[in-house]
Design a binder for this molecule. Structure first.
Ligand code: THG
Length: 290
């Protein structure tokens, strides 16, 4: 393995350091109308209560960073993104991951954001590289690099490594170092291809070995279309942490997943004296008694 890079993401008041010595950094996925029908319906009605609630609950459940996605079809995404960010910042102070494919929304978000945001995302397509990377540089942000390009999502781990290499190289040319990049090797769904999990794990290993970069992933994608998803997600995430995943995008309110992450950190020797594990055990115990 090459060096262990540290990716910094911060809010006005909090700094999160992502690296392989620290416990896994959880990026909370729930503020996302694309992935969640209830959020979509509420935002269409201009109701932001669910957003406040999801922000507070995810942080309580262990999220270190919150992903914010404003993809509501037919709505001005830049305006909604700004409103979402302000709403989340009313109730929490954790750093944010700006999840959008809309350049105007990304620009608006970066312009108002105080701190070092995590941009979600750039990919290997020419258009994405030339549009997103200059913004990342201009605002001094960190960025997620998706392993897909003009030809779509490559099938093999080696091809995904090649896309990661292209993104890291192009970023480097603009003065964005690999410590500011978290690569997402992409988790496809096992429901469509039973080798999707294996491919994702192998891709993580290859990319970490070559570049030592931090790795993120929408870890619940893996189980779409399968029953009892929480067990698959928990097992996959633990295995992916062993392979090199350092900052999954997931739902920490799913107990099985949150516990699997803590157990994986303990197993990896990243939880000194098991203090984090014991503290969360006590919290669960108290919650059960309440
Ligand atoms: N990589 C990166 N960013 C991403 C993804 C990724 N952002 C979006 C997505 N994938 C990760 N986020 C979510 C958000 C919500 C849900 C799943 C992934 C989710 N889905 C419910 C489910 O799984 O059943 C939908 C149910 C509902 O409608 O509420 O909650 O891969 N870089």
């Amino acid at each position: 393995m090459t060096e262990n890079l540290t990716t910094i993401v911060s809010s006005a008041t909090k700094t999160v350091e992502i690296n392989r010595h620290n416990p896994t950094v959880i990026i909370g996925e729930r503020i996302n109308p694309t992935g969640r029908k209830a959020v979509l319906a509420a935002l269409r009605e201009g109701n932001f209560d669910i957003v406040r609630q999801d922000a507070i609950r995810q942080v309580e459940a262990g999220a270190h960073i919150l992903d914010v996605n404003a993809g509501v079809p037919g709505v001005d995404e830049a305006a909604l993104m700004k409103k979402l960010i302000n709403t989340v910042l009313e109730v929490t102070d954790v750093p944010l991951c700006i999840d959008t494919a809309d350049l105007d929304a990304l620009t608006a978000a970066l312009a108002m954001y105080k701190g070092k945001a995590l941009v979600n995302s750039v990919n290997g397509e020419e258009r994405s590289l030339s549009n997103v990377l200059p913004l990342v540089k201009e605002y001094g942000a960190s960025v997620i690099g998706l392993c897909m390009d003009d030809d779509g999502i490559p099938e093999t781990p080696e091809q995904r490594l090649a896309v990661a290499a292209k993104i890291i190289e192009r970023a480097g040319k603009l003065g964005i170092g690999p410590e500011n990049i978290a690569i997402d090797p992409l988790a496809l769904t096992m429901g469509a291809d039973h080798t999707a999990g294996r491919i994702a794990l192998d891709a993580i290993e290859l990319i970490v070995k070559e570049f030592g970069v931090n790795i993120t992933m929408g870890a619940s994608n893996i189980s779409f279309g399968m029953p009892d998803r929480k067990y698959i997600n928990a097992t996959f995430i633990a295995m992916a942490i062993r392979a090199g995943l350092t900052c999954p995008i997931t739902n920490p309110m799913v107990k099985e997943v949150a516990i699997a992450i803590q157990a994986a950190d303990l197993t990896m020797g990243r939880d000194e004296y098991g203090m984090h594990w014991i503290k969360s055990f006590r919290k669960r115990q108290q919650a059960a008694q309440a």
